[in-house]
Design a binder for this molecule. Structure first.
Ligand SMILES: [Zn+2]
Length: 320
């Protein structure tokens, strides 16, 4: 088997991983590259689309929009979370944090930035950004069934990155979509083309350079066979950056308690969608609140040690 990232064929290690989100439990072969460390699926199943829940995987209409004073506060919090600006927003973010926006701060975006979210599903994150003043945000997802038009002006197109022609983006981000993409080099090459000089590509993915992979192996919940084609290592992301000609400037770990309780469930043969799953029935799950809180605390510690099971990778395009 040849690594799709670095082309190495030597010293690869194979693993058999079960489908455990839906609970089908069928086996899929993965191999870990002996050179760059990327864990990847050996063969993509021909019926891969059957591994995605069909009905309402993304809930288009369920974006809750607050009104009045609460909306104002949330707007201030979210703008601070994304840009690092505004004192009241800072206090609010400390008290009830938004967990996906702070990763944007490292990209240097402002409310004037042109932002493209690739593989954004219903576009919840973009919707939040629109609500707090980011007016140049757009989303695409080739797996949506239709284009989506929100009343605040946000449009989500059913489109592949390869069909985007508009250039000059300040930020192109992929929030847990890159691991589902088979043509890794081509996708990143296209992104580089679309970014403005000095622009940033932020890729948030699960990573095999983590305690969870070392500890749980094929029962690691974010391996997610066979939907995740690539579980990158720090090294394999660097290989991609070098090959494409982007600078990998930073990696920020942002894992959470899911890596513990999800993987513990798989060890006990409890799928994510099972009646006994914490995701379905917290009361019937084999964890109490103290344990879940403990998992959250331990996840923060793992992130600080660069050992969490997911991270944001920041690729910079050179200035002209
Ligand atoms: Zn490799």
């Amino acid at each position: 088997m040849q690594c799709r990232i670095c082309s190495n064929k030597e010293n690869n290690t194979t693993y058999e991983a079960r489908e455990m989100m839906l609970g089908l439990r069928d086996l899929h072969t993965y191999f870990k590259c002996g050179s760059c460390g990327c864990l990847q699926i050996a063969n993509v199943p021909e019926n891969i689309q059957e591994y995605y829940p069909s009905d309402d995987y993304y809930s288009y209409d369920q974006i809750k929009t607050e009104t009045g004073f609460k909306k104002k506060l949330i707007t201030l919090r979210d703008r601070y979370a994304a840009t690092g600006e505004g004192f009241i927003g800072k206090v609010l973010q400390m008290r009830m944090p938004h967990d996906k926006l702070p990763q944007l701060q490292k990209t240097g975006v402002t409310t004037d930035s042109k932002i493209l979210d690739v593989g954004c599903g219903a576009g919840h994150l973009l919707h939040t950004l629109r609500e707090c003043g980011f007016n140049h945000t757009h989303g695409i997802d080739p797996f949506n069934t239709k284009n989506i038009q929100y009343s605040n002006g946000l449009t989500i197109k059913q489109q592949s990155i390869h069909d985007v022609t508009e250039t000059g983006w300040d930020l192109i981000m992929l929030n847990h979509s890159f691991e589902h993409v088979l043509d890794q080099h081509e996708t990143l090459t296209q992104i580089k083309k679309l970014l403005k000089p000095g622009g940033v590509c932020m890729i948030r993915v699960p990573t095999v350079s983590s305690w969870a992979w070392d500890h749980y192996g094929v029962n690691w919940v974010q391996l997610d066979a066979p939907r995740h084609f690539f579980l990158h290592s720090q090294e394999s992301m660097q290989v991609l950056a070098d090959k494409i000609g982007l600078e990998l400037r930073a990696t920020v770990y942002d894992s959470f308690a899911f890596q513990y309780w999800g993987s513990e469930q798989y060890l006990k043969d409890i799928p994510l969608q099972d009646e006994r799953s914490y995701a379905v029935n917290p009361d019937k799950a084999p964890f109490d609140d103290t344990q879940i809180q403990n998992y959250a605390i331990r996840s923060k510690a793992l992130n600080a040690e660069q050992q969490g099971d997911q991270a944001a990778f920041y690729f910079h395009k050179a200035e002209a």
